[in-house]
Design a protein around this ligand. Structure first.
Ligand code: NAP
Length: 277
């Protein structure tokens, strides 16, 4: 029997669909249409951010779907200007207004912005907002182990850490640190954002042939079977369906190890010590 990994539990007991729709860089009507079609084909999690400038479009699509609030999960992320106790509260209010929701499922610090050095203060306030019921879970994105360590030392454990992971860029040290501290990892750009041709790599081609699945499906299955959530972006209903259709097969240990071995050791496209918004 194939284990059900269509959802994952986060620290604090919140359940989250393991595969969600990535929405960057879609905006406006393109984003409304894509999120609507994703909800129609069965997605129940959407990944957005203040910086994507599409939260209003995501909110419109969610409203049009007529799903009950507890049937979908929304992740969003806020920018560095809100990295303070007061700022985090204001960011949340802004987010809720743009989305037309009365709570958020998962709120992430989008980038650590170490030059500003206020992410611990921001995370401390997020924890209070979880306690007040204004959000279900709080997490971080693009945090290196030393940055996560600073949050842990302040006595907090993020529910999730969203980082760039694909077969060729696995950020193994970051992932190991997350796992060691009970922080769920989520892969962004889980298909490599089409910046690399790894989907035609012989390892993936061979495994996809064995299972009658595409290389993208094998890659996404590798993510979730590793215990890592993923947010693939697609504007195309057919590829959206394909990316969600990964729960009816199982990769063997040897297949998982073969994909693990594709790691080139290259880091994320963007260094979060240098870049952030
Ligand atoms: N936290 C952060 O700092 C951060 C950074 C980057 C991204 N993200 C999030 O992660 C999401 C995903 O990352 P991403 O958009 O960079 O990259 P991605 O999901 O790895 O790749 C998206 C690209 O792959 C194509 N694609 C999707 N499904 C496919 C399939 N089955 N076969 C072949 N091609 C396929 C898409 O084209 P079509 O649309 O034409 O299908 C699109 O060009 C973003 O949308 C965003 O929500 C977060």
């Amino acid at each position: 029997m194939i284990a059900d990994i269509s959802s994952f539990e986060l620290a604090g007991g919140v359940s989250m669909p393991s595969v969600g729709l990535g929405t960057w860089p879609m905006r406006g009507q393109e984003a409304v249409t894509a999120v609507r079609s994703a909800l129609d084909v069965g997605y129940r999690r959407v990944d957005t951010a203040e910086n994507y400038e599409n939260e209003d479009a995501v909110g419109q699509a969610l409203a049009q779907s007529r799903l009950d609030r507890d049937e979908f999960f929304v992740t969003t992320k806020f920018n560095k200007k809100w990295h303070s106790a007061q700022g985090v509260r204001q960011a949340l209010e802004n987010f809720l207004a743009r989305l037309g929701l009365d709570y958020v499922d998962l709120f992430l610090i989008h980038w650590p912005n170490p030059q500003q050095d206020t992410y611990v203060e921001a995370f401390t306030e997020l924890v209070m907002l979880v306690d007040e019921g204004k959000m279900r879970a709080a997490g971080v994105s693009n945090f290196k182990p030393y940055q996560l360590q600073n949050i842990l030392e302040a006595g907090h454990r993020p529910a999730l850490s969203q980082i760039q992971v694909d077969p060729e860029r696995q950020s193994a040290e970051w992932q190991a640190f997350n796992t060691e501290h009970g922080v769920r990892t989520e892969a962004y750009s889980p298909l490599g954002r089409q910046k690399s041709d790894f989907l035609s790599h012989p390892t993936l081609a061979q495994i996809s042939g064995a299972h009658g699945k595409s290389s993208a499906q094998v890659t996404l299955r590798w993510h979730v079977q590793s215990g890592r959530a993923a947010a693939p972006k697609s504007a195309d209903p057919q590829r959206q369906r394909e990316n969600l259709d990964i729960f009816d097969f199982h990769l063997t240990q040897a297949e998982m190890a073969a994909i693990d071995a594709m790691d080139t050791g290259a880091g994320p496209f963007t260094d979060s010590d240098e870049f952030g918004h």
